[in-house]
Write a protein that binds this ligand. Structure first.
Ligand SMILES: CC(C)(COP(=O)(O)OP(=O)(O)OC[C@H]1O[C@@H](n2cnc3c(N)ncnc32)[C@H](O)[C@@H]1OP(=O)(O)O)[C@@H](O)C(=O)NCCC(=O)NCCS
Length: 277
């Protein structure tokens, strides 16, 4: 590993090469990751990843790591960062992240976001070294239990109307993977978005193979959130409800924890103002 490190953009790799580098770079990750070319395309489209601004690290002709950058106006997001096992702890991750920060700045990004598993101390140390600071805890919650009750004031509604009300009620920004721009992309794909509403809140979700994924939810309190979640869980064909990256202090998280949901991953959301670096 004495060869000089070189960075290029991920646009130089074919989709299959990018998928296999991603899989290699995530070896040993606590939540096993496996993507194929189709998943890579989906990630780019739904999450606004920009190949020209994403980085591959090379030692000679061997790709040894990658970092993917999403851009949405003044916000950026690190949507994948990994180094192949034999090249770790030799400065590759740091070089990739510095490359992404430069590319983000060049794209007009002011704030760069990422999420890191709470147990991933090495990655967190890298991000802190480069100036990222933690600002909230996000949980991935899965709930298979029975609905607690049936609130007749919760009814199905048009997802677009629900999204407007959620935008007006939302107390904190949505994490990248459930932000409005992501939901816009999903709104034109299959399966269709669905929504439920009550006088005290709204939720937008989609159902895939028996699993309801909550995309956005805003409610007055945990009781109101719980009524919406009960209603989604009770829909025919829904065996499991999942809520990705819900802020730990969100009423939806409180309601799910109260219903015995499992926290399958806890992440720290971090950000840095790139202009100040
Ligand atoms: C996290 C990861 C990308 C770090 O890449 P890397 O090339 O090993 O990191 P570097 O050698 O550039 O380290 C740079 C700094 O990060 C920190 N760091 C990296 N790995 C660390 C570890 N295992 N323990 C403690 N600190 C670590 C250190 O501060 C280090 O600076 P130092 O060398 O001056 O001590 C790499 O371990 C990896 O690919 N892991 C699997 C995938 C993954 O977890 N991705 C992150 C998803 S959020």
């Amino acid at each position: 590993m004495t060869e000089t490190l070189r960075l290029s953009s991920t646009a130089e790799l074919g989709l299959d090469e990018l998928a296999s580098l991603f899989n290699e770079a995530y070896q040993g990750y606590e939540i096993p990751q496996h993507v194929d070319a189709g998943a890579v395309v989906f990630m780019h489209e739904a999450l606004d990843l920009v190949p020209e601004r994403s980085c591959v690290a090379w030692r000679g002709d061997r790709p040894v790591g990658l970092g993917m950058l999403g851009v949405r106006a003044s916000r950026g997001w690190v949507g994948g960062m990994g180094v192949v096992p034999e090249a770790r702890r030799s400065g590759v991750g740091e070089a990739l992240m510095r490359g992404l920060i430069d590319h983000a700045r060049g794209a007009g990004v002011r704030t760069l976001f990422l999420e890191v598993l709470e147990t991933n101390a090495g990655a967190r140390a890298l991000y802190e070294k480069l100036g990222f600071r933690a600002f909230r805890r996000l949980e991935v919650l899965a709930w298979e239990g029975e609905p607690r009750g049936h609130d007749p004031s919760v009814i199905a509604c048009e997802p677009k109307a629900a999204r407007h009300r959620i935008a007006a009620r939302r107390a904190a920004p949505e994490p990248w993977q459930r932000a409005d721009e992501t939901v816009d992309r999903l709104d034109v794909s299959t399966p269709a978005l669905r929504a439920v509403t009550s006088p005290h809140g709204d939720a937008v979700y989609r159902v895939t193979e028996g699993r309801a994924s909550v995309l956005q939810l805003a409610a007055r309190d945990a009781d109101a959130a719980g009524a919406l979640l009960d209603s989604i869980r009770a829909k025919p064909g829904v065996m499991l409800l999942r809520f990705l990256n819900v802020p730990a202090d969100d009423p939806g998280a409180e309601a799910l924890r109260g219903r015995g949901a499992t926290c399958i991953a806890a992440q720290t959301e971090m950000s840095v103002e790139v202009a100040t670096l």
